[in-house]
Write a new protein. Structure first.
Lengths: 309, 402
């Protein structure tokens, strides 16, 4: 790491530190908003780590998230809480690797459909197991407060950023950028494309499962229909694309305005939140193809051209 | 420049209006309500939850408001849609408490959403009197959330009483020993089927057919087919609204008419009678009310006038009763002081007069008087089994789809 890189990291570290003080400074209302934002930052950023360079749209977030909540639901009485996100991450990673090995040979719309179906598949599987064993809806009664949940999510976000930064510098990151640009070329220059994609796909799997495990105490009552709600997958995709996947900070730039807007719409026009989702999607497709990251790059380019002339 | 001036003027006006509002605000109590208006449970909430809440507010205001020590206070209702999403239910409760600064909150709709919102209610000191949460965890929940109160009953008791209806019928020599037991494969159905099976087998019944189906299954013909070919005397289905309708539909189509036909949630909905008319005479279901009680009849008439539809014969009245309890606690304290109202509710010596009859809470904040099983009799869903409530009528044998 050279001096220039350290200079780039410092502002982010300070931002993270500032974010850690949110529960102390702001009201519980803003804490609950911040918790939702932190959750989506982790989900969207880890999603973009895979989907950004490879251009594979994954709708599997809800599947991994649900697996995580069930890990906590089953384990919180017998295991110390700090182990649960780790176990969830391990399971999420394994699930992602399995799914990746099967599906990452598919591309385009086939992959999207499969990942969408995955959440439903896992949900039915969990329900089936519950039905066979007589296990039922689970009550996660703990002393964990929203503040604890927020800090855990913040820590997880730091890990995701670190992972993203390291991957960006590694051979794997370079390989993935080549795959995203032209997979045939990548294969011809000797990159094991399947392995690279599977390896990277485990990251959103692990992160989403860990988020689910951390958030389970907030839901208290865990049942398959809410734990595997497909809306979550779509929200993550929209937020990440709104921010832009070209940069590590892109999803963050999408999550914050989107969450605030969602909250505003919920207050002002309670039934119009799904409309918002649709409009933002149209906006991304027609106006902001690169998200806010793309917009920022365009503005900078124009500014530099203007300055040079 | 012009825009800035305009903004300043607008802001000043807003302040002035807000000031006016504050001057007259002392005579109102703000009541927050967040429940599904969209998402999977929106249909159920539109039948059971929203009309009951709005009716109580309208009737209370029509009577001049709640009697406080300082005079009468009108109720102002603030509504949000929680999108049937626990995440949004948490956020909505938080928003009502800290942004809208409501004095009290209506408990959410359904077991899951009530539990999701429970920590917020507890943390901010709001009483949470639930009319739509059915659970067996009252002791654990009351220990963790001492501000949470339960009016609708316990799952274990509901399953036991349903089984008991069969035991009584068999002892009277009306039915045989063969039971078909099916459930929707979700938390609720699995739990209820588990308890019923244990109780029925313990009572010497033979489960001749048992099956389950995933939530949202459209085609339930195989289930009815299986129960029919097993020649069951009694059919018990721990079902959710969609499948309650679908199972009934299929049973009619296939002419499956055992001596006891029981479906769970939504059997008590007016829409169930609306769909099947007189065919459902004798069908048993979850819940019930004392349909002959003048208090319920008056509620039903007012509900129909306000919402254009009658209440359901179970949780509608319980939802309305949660607000009666809250209102009486506020009046007893004589102010909108939340902590004092909560203390009043937590005092087990206090009791409340509601359309359900008297309500009081035990050491688990549970009102132990509730309806468990009901039956369609002459176009009305009457309670046939209850704990601590009067007016249960005798069970009739199901004599086929008329």
């Amino acid at each position: 790491m050279n001096a220039q890189e350290i200079g780039k990291v410092i502002p982010w570290a300070l931002l993270l530190l500032a974010a850690a003080f949110v529960p102390v400074v702001f009201s519980p209302y803003w804490l609950s908003m911040a918790t939702t934002m932190a959750m989506f930052v982790v989900l969207a950023t880890s999603w973009a780590l895979f989907s950004g360079p490879t251009h594979y749209i994954s709708l599997a977030t809800a599947a991994f998230f649900g697996v995580g909540t069930f890990v906590t639901g089953l384990g919180f009485q017998t295991l110390p809480f700090w182990m649960l996100p780790l176990i969830a991450a391990a399971l999420g990673g394994i699930l992602a690797a399995l799914v990746g090995m099967v599906t990452l040979r598919l591309s385009g719309v086939y992959f999207v459909i499969f990942t969408l179906g995955l959440a439903e598949l896992v949900r039915q599987l969990v329900t089936w197991v519950q039905n066979q064993t007589g296990q039922r809806g689970m009550y996660v009664l703990t002393s964990i407060t929203e503040r604890d949940i927020y800090w855990m999510l913040l820590g997880l976000a730091a890990l995701v950023y670190l992972a993203g930064w390291l991957i960006g510098r590694s051979k794997l990151g370079f390989a993935l950028r080549i795959i995203g640009n032209d997979e045939t070329v990548a294969r011809h220059v000797g990159i094991d494309t399947a392995l690279a994609k599977v390896a990277l796909f485990t990251i959103p799997g692990m992160a989403a499962a860990a988020v689910g495990a951390i958030l389970a105490p907030r839901y208290i009552y865990i049942e398959p229909s809410t734990a595997f709600a497909p809306l979550l997958s779509f929200q993550v995709v929209i937020m990440a694309l709104l921010g832009g996947t070209g940069r590590l900070w892109g999803p963050l730039a999408g999550v914050i305005p989107f969450t605030l807007l969602w909250e505003f719409i919920t207050r002002q026009a309670p039934n119009q939140t799904l409309l918002l989702l649709g409009i933002v999607f149209l906006l991304i497709v027609y106006v902001l193809p690169g998200g806010f990251v793309g917009l920022w790059a365009r503005i900078r380019r124009r500014f530099h051209q203007g300055g040079g002339a | 420049m012009f825009r800035r001036t305009l903004m300043t003027a607008t802001a000043a006006m807003a302040l002035a209006v807000a000031g006016l509002g504050a001057a007259s605000a002392q005579e109102t109590i703000r009541l927050g309500a967040a429940a599904p208006q969209s998402g999977p449970l929106a249909g159920g909430a539109a039948v059971t939850h929203w009309p009951a809440v709005r009716l109580w507010v309208q009737q209370t205001n029509a009577a001049g408001g709640l009697q406080l020590a300082s005079g009468k206070a009108l109720i102002e209702l603030v509504e949000y849609d929680d999108q049937t999403n626990p995440q949004q239910a948490i956020q909505a409760a938080q928003r009502l408490a800290t942004q809208d600064q409501v004095d009290f909150m209506v408990a959410p709709y359904s077991t899951g959403l009530n539990l999701a919102a429970a920590p917020i209610f507890a943390q901010l000191g709001y009483p949470q009197i639930t009319g739509t949460a059915v659970t067996n965890q009252q002791p654990e929940l009351a220990a963790q959330f001492p501000n949470m109160f339960f009016l609708l009953g316990r799952t274990g008791v509901m399953a036991e009483d349903t089984a008991k209806v069969l035991v009584d019928l068999r002892e009277a020599g009306s039915i045989g020993n063969r039971v078909a037991l099916v459930n929707v494969a979700d938390a609720f159905g699995i739990e209820m089927a588990g308890i019923s099976k244990a109780v029925l087998e313990g009572a010497g019944f033979e489960i001749v057919y048992q099956s389950s189906y995933p939530l949202g299954t459209q085609d339930l013909a195989p289930i009815i087919d299986g129960a029919k070919s097993a020649e069951a005397d009694a059919f018990i289905a721990w079902s959710y609204p969609g499948d309650t309708f679908a199972l009934t539909d299929q049973a009619i189509v296939q002419g499956f008419a055992p001596s006891v036909f029981f479906t769970a949630v939504a059997t008590a909905f007016p829409a169930y009678a609306g769909r099947f008319g007189e065919q459902i005479e004798g069908v048993l279901g979850m819940g019930g009310v004392n349909a002959d009680d003048p208090a319920f009849q008056a509620f039903s008439a007012a509900h129909t006038e306000l919402a254009g539809q009658g209440p359901d014969f179970w949780a509608s009245a319980a939802t309305y009763a949660t607000l009666e309890v809250l209102g009486q606690a506020i009046e007893a304290v004589g102010s909108a002081d939340r902590a004092a109202v909560l203390a009043h509710l937590q005092d087990r010596a206090n009791s409340y007069e509601t359309i359900l009859g008297p309500v009081d809470f035990n050491e688990n904040n549970d009102n132990e008087r509730y309806w468990t099983v009901g039956q369609w009799q002459n176009g009305v869903f009457r309670g046939v089994s209850a704990r601590g409530r009067d007016g249960a009528v005798d069970v009739q044998l199901f004599d086929g789809w008329n």
